[in-house]
Design a protein around this ligand. Structure first.
Ligand code: FES
Length: 178
């Protein structure tokens, strides 16, 4: 997929976002956040950042440095659902590596996982997997966040069931651990 061409945010949408926040405190961050939210795959593509730069007169280098500094900005297309697996010591000891091994079996993820990438997205753009250093809930290890909901004592069976459910009915409301 050519992400730059196919995933760019409509310039009319970017114009509207810019004008709504013009002159307000934290303008650039808010505008970038909303542009990312407006993107189909929840990321800031090159073309949208270039357009944002041209319309706001903020140098493109500054926009890139903000996008790379804050972890909530994505520079690659994101999946519809997100799974964040804790890789801290307590979670590692309780088996978080096994959970990541399960997730590496998602279509198109093996190569990225084997090369040590900490974020990878399935080729059908259904799931993005990320890791985090610690959720601060070490007593409940291993800990995984599924679409923003934190789950504790997560097992490999739960992860496999989650992936299986997604394949079978692909319903957003069923994308949770049981
Ligand atoms: S190490 Fe996983 S929550 Fe702290």
């Amino acid at each position: 997929m050519n992400a730059t061409v196919e995933s760019r945010v409509d310039t009319a949408i970017i114009d509207e976002i810019i004008s709504r926040h013009k002159g307000k405190p934290g303008e650039l961050l808010t505008v970038m956040e909303e542009v990312q939210e407006a993107s189909e795959f929840k990321f800031l593509d090159d073309a949208s950042m270039e357009y944002l730069s041209s319309q706001t007169r903020v140098p493109l280098s500054r926009i890139y440095s903000v996008a790379t500094f804050y972890s909530f900005f994505n520079l690659k297309p994101q999946g519809k659902h997100s799974l964040i697996v804790c890789r801290g010591t307590a979670c590692h000891t309780k088996g978080s590596k096994i959970l990541l091994d399960d997730l590496a079996l998602l279509p198109g993820c093996k190569e990225a996982f084997d090369s040590g990438e900490t974020t990878f997205t399935s080729e059908d753009k259904q799931i993005t997997v990320k890791t985090v250093a610690c959720f601060g809930q070490c007593a409940l290890a291993p800990v995984v966040a599924v679409d923003g909901v934190i789950y504790s004592n997560v097992t490999s069976e739960q992860i496999k069931k989650l992936l299986q459910n997604l394949q079978e009915d692909n319903k957003d409301e069923n994308f949770r651990l049981s």
